[in-house]
Design a binder for this molecule. Structure first.
Ligand SMILES: Cc1cc2nc3c(=O)[nH]c(=O)nc-3n(C[C@H](O)[C@H](O)[C@H](O)COP(=O)(O)OP(=O)(O)OC[C@H]3O[C@@H](n4cnc5c(N)ncnc54)[C@H](O)[C@@H]3O)c2cc1C
Length: 425
C-alpha cells in the first residue's frame, strides 16, 4: 500500500499534525486501540498559555526551574511564543475553555508562579482531543484505522519509507509513505503503577533503537505525586488527582494529619517527599485534604475527580482522600530538532514520544498538551514547505519476524532506560 504520509497515534499530537497538513495529501493514521483511548483524553488539569508579554519571563523561568535547567532553551522559547496561536486554533475547532465574566479563566498548578493554565472542568484533555478528533474525521484525505499496531518502520537507503503494522484482524501490512510521523505517546504501559493507558508501551522507542535512530534522556521519567490509592485498580491504570487540586489549595497530610511538604513545589520534589513520608511509617499512601477549597469550587472545577473518589468510598468535599505517587510522564524520547524531525530522514516524531528538550529533566504541569500541539504543527509546516516524493523499492518484507515482537520491544526499552540511568548516575 502507498500513501503520502502515515501517522502512528491519534492523541493530540497525531491529530493536530493531520489537521495542519495539506488537504491534497493522502494520509493514513493508525492507532493501537480505539481512537478515544489515548492519554490525551485523560489530561485533567489544563493547558498552559502565555497570558500576555509580561508573563514571558516568568513562564520561561518556571519551565526551566521545573526542568532543573536541563531544558533546550530554544524549544522552550518556541513553545511559549507559539502558545496563543495554538489556543486560538483550538477554540476555532470548538474547544470550550472555562470563562469568568466572559473572559478566559486561568488556573494554577504546582511550580507555576502565575495563573496561566486554561481548563475545561477537570477534563481538559477530553475536551481538546474530542474536538480535534471530530475535525480529523471530517477530512476526506485522512483514513483512520483503529486496533492497528505499528511493529516496524521501513528503512530504505537510510531514510524512512513507511511502516509495517498489524491490522485489527492480525494481518501484517506494509505501508510505503513519503513521510512518517511517530506520535505514539508515553511509556506508562511498561510500569505496574502508572496513570497512562496500558497499551502505551514505547513501541516507537524500541523501533528507533533497532534502526539506530537517536534517542535522548530516556531515563527522565516523571512520577506524579498524587494518584488515588486503591486496592481495586480499573482499566489497568491509576487514577490521577490533578495537580490543579493542589494549585487551588489542597494540602498533603501524613497519617498523623500533619503537613510535611510545600504542595506547590515541582512534581519530583513533592513525589520524593511523599515517598520519604511513607517510608517513615511503612504507610501505603498519604492523604490529600481539599478542606481549604470551597465546596462549590471543588464540585464545579473537579466533578470527575469527586465522582471517582465517591466510587472508592471517599467524599472529597468532606474528608481527605488517600493518594500515592505513580509513573505519569516521559520527558525523554526520540531526539528531534526544532521541526520535530528525528535523526532519520523522512521520519518525524512529536508529542510525548519525542524529546525536543522542552521539559528538561522534569515537566512543568500542563506544558505537555501545549508542547505536543506546538511541535506537531511545526512538523506539519516543515513537511508542507519541503515536500519531496520518496523513492520506493518493493523490497520483500518477512512478516513472520514480527510475531511476538511486543515482548521483545518492552525488554529493549526497559533495558535501554536502565543503561541511560547508569550513564546519568
Ligand atoms: C492522567 C493524565 C493526566 C494528564 N494531565 C495533563 C494536563 O492536565 N495537562 C497536560 O498538558 N498534560 C497532561 N497529561 C499529559 C498529556 O496528556 C500527554 O502528554 C499528551 O496527551 C500526549 O499526547 P500524545 O499525542 O503524544 O500521545 P497520546 O495521547 O498518549 O497518544 C498516543 C497514541 O499513540 C498510539 N500508539 C502507541 N503505540 C502505537 C503503536 N505501536 N501502533 C499504533 N499506535 C500506537 C496510541 O494508541 C495513541 O493513539 C496527562 C496525562 C495523563 C496520563
Amino acid at each position: 500500500m502507498k500513501t503520502d504520509i502515515v501517522i502512528v497515534g491519534c492523541g493530540v499530537s497525531g491529530l493536530y499534525f493531520a489537521l495542519n497538513l495539506p488537504r491534497d495529501k493522502k494520509i493514513l493514521m493508525i492507532t493501537k486501540d480505539e481512537a478515544e483511548n489515548s492519554d490525551s483524553f485523560l489530561a485533567q488539569g489544563g493547558i498552559c498559555v502565555l497570558r500576555d508579554k509580561d508573563d514571558y519571563d516568568s513562564f520561561f523561568e518556571d519551565t526551566m526551574r521545573a526542568g532543573h535547567y536541563e531544558n533546550r532553551k530554544e524549544s522552550v522559547d518556541i513553545m511559549i511564543r507559539s502558545s496563543r496561536k495554538v489556543i486560538n486554533d483550538l477554540i476555532s475547532y470548538g474547544v470550550d475553555f472555562e470563562k469568568e465574566n466572559g473572559e478566559l479563566a486561568y488556573t494554577k498548578e504546582g511550580a507555576h508562579t502565575k495563573n496561566r493554565i486554561l481548563f475545561h472542568k477537570d477534563e481538559t484533555g477530553k475536551e481538546i482531543t474530542k474536538n480535534l478528533l471530530k475535525a480529523v474525521k471530517k477530512l476526506d484525505n485522512v483514513t483512520l484505522k483503529e486496533h492497528s499496531t505499528m511493529v516496524d518502520i521501513i528503512e530504505n537507503d537510510g531514510e524512512c519509507a513507511g511502516i509495517v503494522y498489524r491490522d485489527e484482524k492480525g494481518k501484517y501490512k506494509a505501508v510505503y509513505a513519503d513521510y512518517t510521523m511517530l506520535a505514539t505517546g508515553g511509556i506508562g504501559g511498561l510500569y505496574k503503577h502508572s496513570t497512562n493507558f496500558p497499551h502505551l508501551t514505547g513501541d516507537a522507542l524500541a523501533i528507533a533503537i533497532k534502526h539506530g535512530v537517536k534517542l535522548k534522556n530516556i531515563d527522565y521519567i516523571q512520577i506524579h505525586p498524587t494518584t488515588l490509592y486503591t486496592k481495586k485498580k480499573k482499566n489497568g491504570r491509576d487514577f490521577l488527582i490533578s495537580e490543579s487540586v493542589r494549585g487551588e489549595g489542597a494540602i498533603l497530610l501524613n497519617d498523623k494529619g500533619e503537613r510535611f511538604v510545600n504542595e506547590l513545589l515541582p512534581r519530583d520534589v513533592v513525589a520524593n517527599a511523599i515517598f520519604e513520608e511513607m517510608a517513615k511509617t511503612d504507610a501505603k499512601h498519604v492523604w490529600l485534604s481539599l478542606a481549604p477549597i470551597p465546596k462549590e469550587e471543588i464540585e464545579s472545577h473537579f466533578p470527575n475527580i469527586c465522582a471517582k473518589c465517591l466510587e472508592e468510598g471517599y467524599d472529597a468535599t468532606k474528608e481527605p482522600i488517600p493518594v500515592v505517587p505513580a509513573q505519569h510522564y516521559f520527558m525523554g524520547g526520540i531526539y528531534v530538532d526544532k521541526y520535530s524531525k528525528t535523526s532519520m530522514d523522512r521520519l518525524y516524531a512529536s508529542g510525548e514520544t519525542a524529546c525536543n528538550g522542552v521539559h528538561g529533566k522534569n515537566r512543568l504541569a500542563s506544558n505537555s498538551l501545549l508542547e505536543s500541539l506546538v511541535f506537531a504543527k511545526r512538523a506539519a509546516n516543515r513537511i508542507t514547505k519541503t515536500y519531496t516524493e520518496a523513492v520506493h523499492t518493493n523490497k520483500k518484507i518477512d512478516f513472520s519476524v514480527y510475531d511476538g515482537c511486543e515482548e521483545e520491544y518492552r525488554k529493549t526499552v526497559l533495558d535501554a532506560i536502565e543503561r541511560e540511568k547508569k550513564k546519568h548516575e
